[in-house]
Ligand binder design. Structure first.
Ligand SMILES: Nc1ncnc2c1ncn2[C@@H]1O[C@H](COP(=O)(O)OP(=O)(O)O)[C@@H](O)[C@H]1O
Ligand SMILES: [Mg+2]
Length: 241
């Protein structure tokens, strides 16, 4: 479980997060929705301890991480996999080498690495791509490789930052289905940041909306249409019930 308590963060005197309280439960798919520039990525970066808050606390499985020394942060980060909008694959490496990279860094033996890479490619439904280079793949396939790399160490938490932004609707839905599949199959806790309401409604167990630095909506996805928040309504206007 992840608990975020009264999280505040400003940049150059400009407040971005203004008291975020949020609990992320094991096994759920939580979608964090919000307009561009509201601090969604900043929030994720606090969970990964890439940023330190000005005020507030973050607990990962009961461990308060805002003041942890570097070596302990490294331990905590092992329980996370990250999928970014741009998968940031190394163009000079094959798909296999890209996915194997974190495993090599952790000193796994070649046989074990082969097994794990094969497994993670199966999980994201990619075949016969091990020897290809990223620029030989479509956008959707590159995204899958990014997901394969994120899950190869079996993280407890999988964080997605705008996973469907920039994809066409058909490809986006394939990635949505993949996120649902991984959450079911691997019992991974998924934290998905997006401004794509369509995608949010499809994958979320629970949805929170950040607006002006605070969480203004926190709802199970089933009751989203009953919510009165004006910003949420603006988002919902763009999709059919
Ligand atoms: N490293 C940084 N230094 C200064 N300002 C930042 C930094 N990272 C983010 N910000 C600012 O914080 C605000 C929220 O950014 P971000 O979390 O990226 O928004 P989004 O909700 O679109 O992900 C923006 O105004 C952005 O300019
Ligand atoms: Mg962002």
């Amino acid at each position: 479980m992840i608990q975020i308590v009264d999280l505040h963060k400003s940049f150059n005197g400009k407040p971005v997060l203004r008291g975020i309280d949020l609990e992320i439960r094991d096994g759920e798919t939580l979608v964090i929705l919000g307009m561009s520039g509201t601090g969604k990525s900043v929030l994720l970066k606090h969970i990964m301890r890439l940023f330190k808050p000005d005020r507030g606390k973050i607990y990962i499985d009961g461990v308060e991480i805002t003041h942890l020394p570097k070596k302990d942060i490294y331990e905590i980060r092992k329980s996370f996999g990250y999928v970014f909008q741009e998968p940031a694959l190394f163009d000079s490496m094959t798909v296999y080498e890209n996915i194997a990279l974190p495993l090599k860094e952790h000193g796994f033996q070649e046989e074990k690495i082969k097994e794990k890479v094969k497994w993670s490619l199966q999980m994201v439904a990619l075949e016969d791509v091990e020897d290809k280079f990223p620029d030989e793949l479509s956008g959707g396939m590159r995204k899958r490789v990014g997901v394969a790399r994120a899950i190869v160490q079996m993280p407890k938490y999988l964080i997605y930052d705008e996973p469907t932004t920039g994809l066409d609707p058909v490809t986006a839905d394939k990635i949505n289905d993949l996120m649902i599949f991984l959450n079911d199959e691997l019992k991974i806790t998924s934290i998905v940041v997006t401004h794509d309401i369509r995608s949010a409604l499809r994958i979320a167990d629970r949805l929170v909306l950040i607006h002006e630095g605070k969480i203004v909506v926190d709802t199970p996805v089933e009751t989203v249409w009953e919510n009165d928040d004006p910003v949420l309504k603006e988002f919902l206007k763009t999709v059919k019930k």
